[in-house]
Design a protein around this ligand. Structure first.
Ligand SMILES: Nc1ncnc2c1ncn2[C@@H]1O[C@H](COP(=O)(O)OP(=O)(O)OP(=O)(O)O)[C@@H](O)[C@H]1O
Length: 238
């Protein structure tokens, strides 16, 4: 499903966090939200999933204006900090979160097997999450977020603290999920990860300083480095 944001603004107390955000994210694409810490990426995702309400502007997923509970089955969300039960196994976590969705027992069992394969956790499914590595927890969170076959998936800095080899594997998994027709919105502050996206929005201080398909974004740079676009906007990023 397409995502459309028009003139979206959000403040917390007296602080303006997002200003006049316009975005059209086409169905079935991976859209990166790239920006330094504190630029507003998480807030933008929370607005898009309907967890918080915009002060101004409109957000639509498909034809539905957000926030709307009706859209919950369509939305997958992987938060920045893993929300897992450490004293349960990976499998038991999947069974618990799966029970929150309206899936038959057989469908859930089959789907759990499918997502475990996708994130390569089949052999570790019976281990307690407490004994998982950071990367395994990330992959379990990803499996949980796609369990109910969402059409739009939001990933908030999914590769933070992940080594380069595992990062590659995780991005391969995102590509596989996209290949099944899911629209993916993924936030990151790692400039290189933009190369994995179909399009990206560069966010600085709550504003979008560039938003284009990847080839057009890179064509705006001299050396093919998106850092340049932040610098051109008169800013520096880490
Ligand atoms: N619920 C809230 N109440 C008050 N301020 C908030 C709230 N949520 C976010 N902010 C502020 O909004 C700004 C943007 O935060 P946000 O988490 O969206 O940035 P981010 O780009 O996701 O950062 P990071 O990469 O560090 O996660 C920050 O200054 C933050 O302190």
């Amino acid at each position: 499903m397409d995502l459309r944001l028009h003139g979206v603004s959000k403040s917390f107390h007296q602080q303006t966090v997002l200003q006049q955000i316009d975005l059209l994210i086409p169905s079935g694409e991976i859209c990166g939200l790239l920006g330094p810490s504190g630029s507003g990426k998480t807030t933008l995702i929370r607005l898009m999933i309907g967890a918080i309400q915009a002060d101004a502007g409109s957000i639509q997923i498909g034809d539905t204006s957000m926030p709307n509970f009706k859209m919950l089955p369509e939305i997958g969300f992987m938060p920045q900090n893993d929300a897992l039960y450490e004293d349960l196994s990976g499998l038991a976590n999947l069974q618990f979160f799966g029970s929150l969705y309206n899936m038959s027992r057989q469908d859930l069992t089959e789907r759990i097997e499918e997502v475990l394969t996708l994130v390569d956790l089949t052999n570790d499914q019976k281990k307690l999450v407490r004994h998982y590595s950071g990367g395994m927890k990330k992959r379990l969170s990803l499996a949980i977020s796609i369990l109910h076959r969402p059409t739009v998936l939001f990933l908030d800095e999914p590769t933070v603290g992940i080594d380069p080899v595992l990062r590659r594997q995780i991005w391969n998994q995102f590509q596989a999920i996209r290949a099944q027709g899911t629209t993916i919105v993924v936030s990151t502050h790692v400039m290189d990860e933009i190369n994995e996206c179909d399009r990206a929005a560069l966010i600085y201080n709550g504003r979008i300083i560039a938003y284009d398909p990847l080839d057009r974004l890179l064509a705006q740079t001299e050396n093919g480095q998106v850092e340049e676009l932040f610098l051109l906007a008169g800013k520096d990023v880490t």
